[in-house]
Write a protein that binds this ligand. Structure first.
Ligand code: TUI
Length: 313
């Protein structure tokens, strides 16, 4: 399936892996890239040298293009941005902010820049700033989210910009890819589906919670603090939402979540940890290799496109 995204990035399939903080390290990123998608190493809150090491390890495992996701709320965002330019990584994606100040150095280094946007306004701004594509991420996603659903966001962003649009949020199989293409997207980004990939190195407890999840098992904390985060319901989200309802101040709420993602990913703390996951978790029922995941999705989507041609008759 050739699209504006496969051509832009020189990849086989229009499937990107989400830049999941603490989750998306070199093993996962290289496996996705070797399977014909675009693997992403997440910088999250790590200092530049730690991310550089991950990039080097990724390069040892794959000759295919890959990306680095820069989380703009990170205290190290500026030094990571500079390091990505020095390393001339093929692709940079960004999240949780406006990457405008870094665009020039990335473009000068020949990097393809693909910011995540949660609104039409930021998508237009990013196109004007020189972005090569945008990822329109709906609030079905796990982690830090915006307000608008994928179904509503993607066609509006696709109408507003002329660069390729990648759909993210709530996409977990070939039906999601086919639907995203119908909405005007040139490809998809998936996070949750890759959480249970064989090459994804998160704690077994975290994977099991995703595999057991149903459609209504996520909750959004932090709507009152301006940092809404979607994750699987557990003791931590219940406590957080209770405190939020009581009007507890920002600092106290932060204490509850401080280090909680690391506790979920590395220690498998399914009670106090932040098990970030999208609403599509209920669809993810088995552990598969990244190659199996991507090939299954492509076969499903291609079959649907074959049938869909008949629907118009
Ligand atoms: O960034 C994400 N998802 C994330 S980042 C993350 S790490 C974290 N952990 C705890 C608390 C906060 C972050 C976990 N998940 N997705 C991309 C994304 N970007 N979603 C929404 C946005 C976004 C929202 C507002 C991008 C830009 C924006 O406004 C920018 C502006 O300044 O106008």
């Amino acid at each position: 399936m050739e699209t504006a995204l496969t051509k832009l990035l020189n990849i086989s399939y229009p499937v990107m892996q989400g830049g999941m903080a603490w989750v998306a390290e070199h093993t996962l990123a290289a496996a996705v890239s070797n399977a014909g998608g675009l693997g992403i190493v997440a910088a999250a809150n790590a200092p530049a040298e730690a991310v550089r090491e991950e990039i080097r390890k990724t390069r040892e495992l794959t000759k295919q293009p890959f990306g680095v996701n820069i989380m703009l709320l990170s205290p190290y965002a500026e030094e990571v941005a500079r390091m990505a330019a020095e390393e001339k990584v093929p692709v940079v994606t960004t999240g949780a902010g406006n990457p405008g100040p870094y665009m020039k150095q990335w473009k000068e280094a020949g990097i393809k820049v693909i910011p995540v946007v949660a609104s039409v306004a930021l998508a237009k701004l990013m196109q004007r700033a020189g972005a090569d594509a945008v990822i329109a991420e709906g609030c079905e996603s796990g982690g830090h989210i915006g307000e608008t659903t994928t179904m509503a966001l993607v066609p509006q962003v696709a109408d507003a910009v002329s660069i390729p649009v990648i759909a993210a949020g709530g996409i977990g199989d070939g039906r999601g890819l086919a639907a995203a293409r119908m909405l005007g997207a040139a490809g998809v980004q998936m996070g949750t589906r890759f959480l249970t990939a064989k090459e994804c190195v998160i704690h077994e407890n975290y994977k099991k919670r995703v595999l057991k999840a149903s459609d209504i098992d996520t909750a959004v904390t932090g709507r009152s603090t301006g940092h809404p985060v979607r994750q699987l319901r557990n003791w931590m989200t219940r406590k957080y939402l209770e405190l939020e309802k009581e009007g507890t101040n920002f600092e106290e709420l932060e204490l509850l979540t401080l280090g909680s993602l690391r506790r979920a990913v590395l220690e498998g703390d399914t009670d106090g940890g932040s098990l970030m996951s999208g609403q599509i978790a209920g669809l993810v029922k088995k552990e598969q290799s990244c190659r199996e995941i991507i090939e299954e999705i492509m076969q499903q989507a291609e079959a649907l496109f074959g049938e869909a041609a008949k629907w118009a008759k």
